[in-house]
Structure formats: structure tokens, C-alpha cells
Design a protein around this ligand. Structure first.
Ligand SMILES: NC(=O)c1ccc[n+]([C@@H]2O[C@H](COP(=O)([O-])OP(=O)(O)OC[C@H]3O[C@@H](n4cnc5c(N)ncnc54)[C@H](O)[C@@H]3O)[C@@H](O)[C@H]2O)c1
Length: 429
């Protein structure tokens, strides 16, 4: 018989319950959700009812929840600045942990968590979900099989999409670096993780440039209002909250529960609830009159210790979301294009081969991040049973965060930043 692990979730929002909770709930023979903790009572009650959690095991305070160990596993999906504090406590209590990314935007906290992990060595699997998505895994397999010879360069484009930038990084949760993380960490720690996974090496140097050029008060059009509901440009402004939330929601057939609408109003969604959020809440603010300070475009150049080079470009100014990666090898190219739904292999002088991303994803796993969310949950189970190692274990995942921190340091200083210098000095001496 398969072992079933009991689960607690702290942070019952979009990631904790909508993504992982729902998937674990479906995987009943592997997981049983026993306990939930969230400071928002509405979230607690809603998911408590969905997952059938006893009232006595619903906690609205972190202190009460962490008073004792509640289950085998803990999913930590609160906001960025809460992760390390909660993960440290969970390690002390002996949980096996699924930890949302970013681990932390602070180097001191990364060190602190690694120290706690060495003292209490339980599984900590970081939610770098794209490593578990079939299309990104396919590329790794192709590289490992020598399909393009020796990898020399990676050219990566992260298309944020104009409306997603406005939703998350101008009006929403990740608009302010001081409250959460720099955008290169928040939006691109997946990309930085993937780049080091494909390069198969630690980074040696990082250079980055970029900034916030558009979503600032100076760019507010003449006569524009501070809230979209009062603005004379609701039709012509692509960033208008009316267009992003009400018009797009209707175009999508008025779903009762869909991201990003369920971030601004609680499901089941109605036009009235969305209109209220748009008229009164933070998501109805003009994009040129918010308290945002994170970048709207940034590039990062990385030279890895094995000589592979990578350039990552992240930009708000794209019509659609999704990643476009090109891998340049000595005997061919691989192109991954989420928008076009393709992974193409172009061996020099030979017939090209194309895979449809949607066909690589199994029907049952077509849930979130191109099947990555489900892939992660399945892989996490294998880690818990001891039948596999975690691809995104804590120690491995810290590397992408160090690259992100180096990129921010470089962007702000204009200088190239060297990583792991101390390790190299140690090896030389
Ligand atoms: N892996 C990915 O691809 C991915 C994608 C998006 C977000 N994230 C990360 O996931 C995390 C959660 O993001 P989200 O979109 O689910 O946010 P969310 O706001 O939907 O959920 C966070 C939940 O935590 C609760 N909370 C806040 N403080 C708490 C506390 N002290 N104790 C208990 N609960 C508390 C909130 O009430 C909320 O329900 C963030 O760190 C974010 O950066 C990861």
C-alpha cells in the first residue's frame, strides 16, 4: 500500500490552496490535508470547507499554529518576507517542507536558513515549478542527449505581458521591493534557476542593467485621474483596470473562479464584486499613480564557471506572457517558445524536429505552470518516500537567489559582480 502523508498549509491563498492544496487534495492516496493556517478568516473557512478540515485545526495565527507539529508535511506559501521565519520554525518542529519561492530576498536570511537546515536536516523542496514542467524537462533531456553538441550560449526572454506587469508589479502584491522582493528575484528566480540547471554549472560573474521607466507619475497623461473609474481614458489606455479586469473577464466568459480576477475579489466572481474592487480597491488605481518601485525591464548577463554564457531579458512590454529560450550549441539550436507552443530542435545541416508543448503535458497534469505545479507535487511525493532526490532542494535552489542578488547589486552599481570568489580562493590556497 502507498504511504499517505498528512499535510498542513500555511498561507491559504493563490499558491498554497488554489494550486498545491487543490492538487494534493486530488492526490488522495498520497496526501491528506489535516490543518490550515491563514490570517484571513475568509480564506480559512473557504478552504477548510473544500478540504474537509476540522474547525479545531484551522488557525488564524501563526503562533497558535506553530505551538506544535500538526502533520508530516508543511506547505509554506505566505508572502516572500515570511518564508524564512516560518521555515526555520518548521525545521525545528521536524516537518518535511514544500517552500514557495523566493526563499528570501535577503542574503543574511538565506544563510540563516541554510544553517537551520544543517542543524535540522529535513526535506525542504523549493517551488521552482518550471523544472518539473514537461517542456522545460524536454529541453534538459535534449541537451543531455547531445542533440546540439556542446552548449555555448542561452538567450532567454521572459515576457511579463503588459497587463500582468500592471496587475502584479504596479498595482499588486509585488510592486514594492521593500515589502517583498526585487522583480528579478520575484519574477525571474525561475529563469535564473533554469539557466543554471541548463548550463549545469555555478555562475562566475553577473552583469545587469534595467530600471523603472514607464509606470511613474511623470508619464501620467494630461488630465488622467488617480483611479481608473474617474479617468477620461478608459478605452484608449491598455492599462486601464476596467479593461484588464472587467472587459477581459467578460471576454473569457465570466469565469466564477480564475486568476487574476480572484486576486482582486473572492470567488465565486460576479460583475458586481469585480466592479466594487475596481472602484474602491488597490487594483483600480491608475498605473501612473501607485506606490510601485520595482523595474519594468531588466537584462542579466551571466558567465558560468564552465564557460557557458546566458543572457536573460525580462520586460513588461510584451503583448503576451510566456518564455522564449534559444539554446546555441556547437552542432545545433534548440528553441523553446511557450507562445508558439513549440520546442524545436535544429541540428545544423539536418532535418529540424518539432514538439508541441501542449502534447508533452499529460491531460491530468495540465494544471498551472505548463504542468509544473503538478509535476512538483508528484516529485515531492517521491522525495518524501525516499525514492528520488529533490531537483530543487534548498541548497541547490539558493544558487538562483544568489544570482538574483548579484544581478540587483550589478544593476544598482553598474559593475560586474563575481560570485563564489571565496570558494575559489579556498580552492587555490
Ligand atoms: N512558484 C511560483 O511560480 C509562484 C507564483 C506566484 C507566487 N509565488 C510565491 O508564492 C507566495 C504566495 O503568493 P500568493 O500569490 O499565493 O499570495 P496570496 O496573497 O494569494 O496568498 C498568501 C496568503 O498568506 C496569508 N498570510 C499572510 N500572512 C500570514 C501569516 N503571518 N500567517 C498565515 N497566513 C498569512 C494571506 O492571508 C494569503 O491568504 C509568495 O511568496 C509568492 O512570491 C510563487
Amino acid at each position: 500500500m502507498k504511504k499517505q502523508f498528512t499535510v498542513s498549509i500555511i498561507g491559504c491563498g493563490s499558491r498554497g490552496c488554489d494550486a498545491y492544496g487543490q492538487l494534493m487534495y486530488k492526490e488522495k492516496e498520497h496526501f491528506r490535508i489535516l490543518s490550515l493556517c491563514d490570517t484571513d478568516r475568509e480564506h480559512l473557512t473557504r478552504y477548510g470547507a473544500i478540504f474537509g478540515v476540522e474547525d479545531g485545526l484551522l488557525f488564524d495565527s501563526e503562533e497558535a499554529f506553530f505551538a506544535e507539529k500538526r502533520s508530516d508535511v508543511l506547505v509554506i506559501a505566505t508572502q516572500d518576507r515570511d518564508h524564512v521565519r516560518m521555515c526555520r520554525r518548521a525545521l525545528e518542529l521536524g516537518y518535511e517542507i514544500l517552500l514557495e519561492k523566493p526563499i528570501s530576498p535577503l542574503k543574511e536570511e538565506l544563510d540563516e536558513l541554510l544553517a537551520a537546515y544543517r542543524e535540522h536536516p529535513h526535506n525542504v523542496v523549493v517551488c521552482h515549478v518550471l523544472r518539473y514542467a514537461p517542456a522545460f524537462r524536454k529541453v534538459k533531456e535534449l541537451l543531455q542527449s547531445g542533440a546540439i553538441g556542446r552548449l555555448v550560449m542561452i538567450d532567454a526572454l521572459e515576457q511579463v505581458a503588459y497587463w500582468h506587469q500592471a496587475h502584479s508589479f504596479v498595482r499588486g502584491n509585488w510592486r514594492n521591493e521593500g515589502e517583498t522582493s526585487p522583480m528579478i528575484m520575484q519574477k525571474c528566480c525561475h529563469d535564473l534557476d533554469l539557466l543554471q540547471y541548463y548550463a549545469d554549472s555555478a555562475a562566475e560573474t553577473v552583469y545587469s542593467a534595467g530600471g523603472l521607466t514607464f509606470f511613474t507619475p511623470e508619464n501620467k497623461p494630461e488630465g488622467a485621474a488617480s483611479r481608473c473609474k474617474d479617468c477620461p481614458y478608459p478605452e484608449s489606455c491598455p492599462y486601464s483596470a476596467e479593461q484588464i479586469y472587467l472587459k477581459r473577464w467578460k471576454e473569457r466568459g465570466c469565469p466564477a473562479d480564475a486568476w487574476p480576477y480572484n486576486v482582486i475579489a473572492a470567488a465565486p466572481l460576479t460583475e458586481e464584486k469585480l466592479r466594487r474592487a475596481y472602484e474602491c480597491g488597490p487594483y483600480g488605481r491608475c498605473v501612473f499613480a501607485c506606490d510601485n518601485d520595482v523595474v519594468d525591464h531588466q537584462s542579466v548577463d551571466i558567465v558560468f564557471q564552465n564557460g557557458v554564457q546566458a543572457t536573460l531579458v525580462m520586460t513588461a512590454f510584451t503583448a503576451n506572457g510566456g518564455r522564449k529560450y534559444t539554446f546555441h550549441g556547437t552542432t545545433g539550436e534548440i528553441r523553446l517558445d511557450e507562445d508558439a507552443d513549440t520546442v524545436s530542435v535544429l541540428p545544423f545541416g539536418r532535418q529540424a524536429q518539432e514538439y508541441k508543448i501542449s502534447e508533452l503535458i499529460e491531460e491530468a497534469s495540465s494544471f498551472g505552470h505548463g504542468g509544473g505545479d503538478y509535476g512538483l507535487i508528484r516529485a515531492f511525493y517521491e522525495v518524501l518516500t525516499g525514492s528520488a532526490q529533490a531537483d530543487t532542494a534548498l541548497e541547490r535552489s539558493v544558487e538562483s537567489h544568489l544570482i538574483a542578488l548579484a544581478a540587483e547589486q550589478s544593476r544598482k552599481s553598474g559593475r560586474v559582480v563575481a560570485l563564489h570568489e571565496d570558494d575559489r580562493k579556498e580552492k587555490r590556497s
